[in-house]
Design a protein around this ligand. Structure first.
Ligand code: GTP
Ligand code: MG
Length: 346
C-alpha cells in the first residue's frame, strides 16, 4: 500500500528532488493513478521543474522510434547528460508485438544511474494520457534529468498533442511504409521541428526524403548526403521577425547501427539554442501553460459538476431534452448557473 500520509508524501517529494530512483518511480505511480497524493506531489515539485529540454519523438508504428531513442540516450550519456525516457506504450493490436522489443532494447541502458526509463500504458484513455504524460515529465524534470525523450506513436490527435507539448518535436519516418501522405494528413508534419528518415539502409530512403521535402513545400535544395542532415527548409514562424528562422531539416539515420545519431543529437542542441535565441522558447512554454491550464479547468469543472449534481437531476433534465421541453444548451446553462451560484466548490 502506498504511504499517503503527509510524511510519506514529503518523503516522496524529497526523494524525487534528490534524484532517488525508487522514490521517483513511486511518485510517478501516484501521478499515473491520480491518487490523492498526486496533487500535493505535483504542487511541491512544479517550482523545481522547467530546466529540462523536452523532446517528443513521434511517428508511425515500427519506424524505429524506440531504437532511435535508445541510441540518442547513449549519445547524450557520452556527453555526460542525464536522460529520462517516457515511452507511451501503444495498446493498438498493430504495434503490441513490438513492445517486448522496446523493453529488451531499452534494458541495455539499465544499470546506468544517469538514465531513467518509464513506459506508460494508454489503457484506451488517450485524452487523460496527455495530461498524465505532462505530469510525469514534470516529475522527471524536477528530479534533475537534463534531457527528457517522450516517444509516442503519431497516429492520433492525442499523441500529436503529447508531442506538441515538447520543446522540440522529432517526426520519424521510414522508407517503404507509404505513410508519408498519411502523416501529412494527420498533421504530424506540422508539428515537426526535425524530420528523421530512419532505416536509411532500406531501399527507398532517398525517395522518402524527396517526398518529405516536397511535403514541406520545397524540393530538396541540397544534394542528398549519406547520413546526417540532408535537406533543410526554412520555417518562417514569424514573417515580421528579424530573428533567424528555424530550418526544418530532414535527417537520415540507421538507428539500428547508430549511424546519423550524433548529427541528430547536435541538431537537437541547435534547436534548443535557436528556441532560446529567437524567443520561441518562452512562447512555447507560454502556449503549453495556457493549454495545460485549460485542460485542468475543463477536467475540474466536469468533475465538480458530476460531484455536485445528483443523478436524478441529470436524468430529469435529459428527459426534458428528449421530450423537447427544453434544449440541451439551455439545460447546460441551467446547471452551470445553479452551480456557479452555489460556489461550485462543494
Ligand atoms: N533495417 C533497420 N531496422 C531498424 C532500424 N531502426 C530500427 N529497426 C528495426 O525496426 C523494428 C522496429 O523498431 P522500433 O524501434 O521498435 O520501432 P518503433 O517505432 O519504436 O515501434 P512502435 O513503438 O511499435 O511504434 C525493430 O526490429 C528494429 O530493430 C534501422 O535503422 N534499420
Ligand atoms: Mg517503440
Amino acid at each position: 500500500m502506498p504511504d499517503e500520509t503527509s510524511s510519506g508524501i514529503e518523503k516522496l517529494i524529497q526523494g524525487v528532488l534528490a534524484g532517488e530512483r525508487l522514490q521517483l518511480a513511486r511518485a510517478i505511480t501516484q501521478v499515473e493513478n491520480e491518487s490523492p497524493a498526486a496533487r500535493p506531489i505535483l504542487q511541491a515539485l512544479y517550482p523545481h521543474s522547467g530546466r529540462a529540454h523536452i523532446i517528443g519523438i513521434t511517428g508511425a508504428p515500427g519506424t524505429g522510434k524506440s531504437t532511435l531513442v535508445t541510441e540518442l540516450t547513449r549519445a547524450y550519456r557520452q556527453m555526460g547528460q542525464n536522460v529520462a525516457v517516457v515511452a507511451v506504450d501503444p495498446t493498438s493490436p498493430f504495434t503490441g508485438g513490438a513492445l517486448l522489443g522496446d523493453r529488451v532494447r531499452m534494458r541495455t541502458l539499465s544499470g546506468d544511474a544517469g538514465v531513467f526509463v518509464r513506459s506508460m500504458a494508454t489503457r484506451g484513455n488517450l485524452g487523460g494520457l496527455s495530461k498524465t504524460t505532462r505530469d510525469v515529465v514534470t516529475l522527471l524534470d524536477a528530479a534533475g534529468f537534463e534531457r527528457i525523450l517522450v516517444e509516442t506513436v503519431g497516429v492520433g490527435q492525442a499523441e500529436v498533442e503529447i508531442a506538441s507539448t515538447a520543446h522540440t518535436t522529432v517526426v520519424v519516418e521510414a522508407p517503404g511504409l507509404g505513410d508519408e501522405i498519411q502523416a501529412i494528413k494527420a498533421g504530424v508534419l506540422e508539428i515537426a521541428d526535425i524530420l528523421v528518415v530512419n532505416k536509411a539502409d532500406r531501399p527507398g530512403a532517398d525517395a522518402t526524403i524527396r517526398a518529405l521535402a516536397m511535403a514541406l513545400g520545397r524540393s530538396a535544395p541540397q544534394p542528398i548526403r549519406h547520413h546526417g542532415q540532408v535537406v533543410s527548409v526554412a520555417n518562417a514562424v514569424d514573417p515580421l521577425s528579424t530573428l533567424p528562422a528555424w530550418h526544418i531539416s530532414v535527417m537520415k539515420t540507421i538507428a539500428s547501427s547508430g549511424e546519423g545519431i550524433e548529427p541528430l543529437r547536435q541538431q537537437l542542441e541547435t534547436h534548443i539554442k535557436w528556441l532560446h535565441d529567437s524567443g520561441q522558447y518562452a512562447r512555447r512554454e507560454q502556449d503549453n501553460a495556457t493549454r495545460q491550464l485549460t485542460h485542468i479547468l475543463n477536467a475540474e469543472i466536469g468533475r465538480r459538476i458530476q460531484h455536485n449534481v445528483p443523478a436524478t437531476t441529470f436524468q430529469a433534465l435529459a428527459q426534458q431534452i428528449w421530450q423537447r421541453k427544453t434544449d440541451p444548451y439551455s439545460a447546460a446553462d441551467i446547471l452551470l448557473e445553479s452551480l456557479f451560484a452555489s460556489g461550485l466548490s462543494l
